[in-house]
Write a new protein. Structure first.
Ligand code: GH3
Ligand code: MG
Ligand code: MG
Ligand code: MG
Length: 312
């Protein structure tokens, strides 16, 4: 009689990973020419845990759209320079803001005027004075819906990691910043070994469990600031920030050793899995593409030397 090996709690892993990566506070842009009104509404939303930016002027509002990247815009209807309706119309014409929820907040009670103003493609109308709970729930509902849509577009649904295009995008942005800061980063390309055999022998669901487990280990073991993506089926890419290729290789090597110890279940069968990894370094390889090619070559060497190893 041998004690059964305890597998990782895979359903738990799945639960954790499908919760949004982006759990930062909701960001709301409040546009109102009346500073007292803007302050009051901002305070209500801040007390509900949201991050709020105030703009008293359309020009300020446009600037804030770019650097603050709000999840929702709350707009006064009547302002001296440009009406809320004009502002909403202009915002709606920019492709990057087509999905941004906009809510009017105004003392206008004339239903016809409200409806006309809604023609600008605005989501709804809140009349002042508004009860704090009502404002918070109207904003939260719409802002969270946008967050959800965004996460569907940027995350891989099986693992909750960034998808291919988002990963490439985030890495490219990180490199722009790294040039400014004179920082060094490392890239790791990780590929599960003989994964086709895992599927063929133990079934596709067991294969999925392996992918989910490795994703979870990457997410829990690497730093929050590192960029972790599911690059393809059983292939992952990581940008490890602020470390040399040697340090990155040592970190991934530790992970490799732990991963090969994980016992997987498929019905009554138990099995183990390994991965190979290739490492490259920035700024020696100065672009996302150069890093990828170099890490890919290193990965190829790791595979050729017998797999289950990390190569630089
Ligand atoms: P190597 O050690 O050379 O990497 O061999 P490999 O078998 O891992 O490589 P290959 O690229 O030939 O096979 C990858 C397999 O991964 C093929 C594909 O069916 C499987 N795969 C891709 N995405 C998924 C997925 O989401 N779930 C499962 N279960 N399998 C997947
Ligand atoms: Mg006003
Ligand atoms: Mg593989
Ligand atoms: Mg592969």
């Amino acid at each position: 009689f041998t004690k059964p090996v305890k597998p990782l709690d895979l359903m738990l892993a799945l639960d954790e990973l499908t919760t949004p990566l982006d759990d930062e506070p909701l960001r709301v842009l409040v546009v109102d020419d009346d500073p007292a009104a803007a302050d009051y509404h901002a305070l209500v939303l801040e007390q509900a845990g949201m991050t709020v930016k105030r703009a008293h002027h359309p020009a300020e509002a446009f600037e804030a759209l770019d650097y603050f990247s709000p999840d929702l815009m709350l707009v006064d209807m009547y302002m001296p320079v440009c009406s809320g309706e004009e502002l909403a119309t202009i915002v709606r014409q920019q492709t990057e803001y087509v999905g941004l929820p906009i809510l009017y907040l105004s003392s206008e009670t004339d239903r016809q005027k409200q409806l006309t103003a809604m023609n600008a493609g605005v989501e709804g109308f809140i009349t002042k004075p508004v009860a704090p709970e009502e404002l918070v729930s109207a904003v939260r509902l719409r802002a969270e819906r946008l967050r959800h849509l965004r996460s569907l577009m940027t995350q891989d649904s099986m693992t909750g990691l960034y998808n291919h295009s988002t990963t490439t995008d985030l890495i490219s942005r990180a490199l722009v910043q790294a040039y400014r800061d004179d920082a060094q980063h490392a890239m790791a390309m990780i590929d599960i070994d003989h994964f086709k055999d895992v599927n063929d022998t133990h079934g596709h669901l067991a294969g999925d469990q392996v992918i989910i487990t490795l994703a979870r280990m990457l997410k829990t073991r690497l730093r929050v600031s590192d960029i972790i993506g599911r690059y393809g089926g059983e292939e992952f890419v990581v940008l490890l920030k602020g470390v040399s290729a040697d340090t990155a290789a040592a970190l991934i090597e530790e992970l490799r050793q732990d991963f090969e110890q994980v016992d997987f279940n498929a019905g009554s069968a138990r099995f183990n899995c390994t991965f190979s990894a290739g490492i490259s370094a920035f700024p020696h390889h100065p672009s996302t593409e150069a890093l990828r090619v170099s890490a890919d070559r290193a990965l190829y060497r790791a595979k050729n030397r017998g797999r289950n190893r990390v190569a630089i």
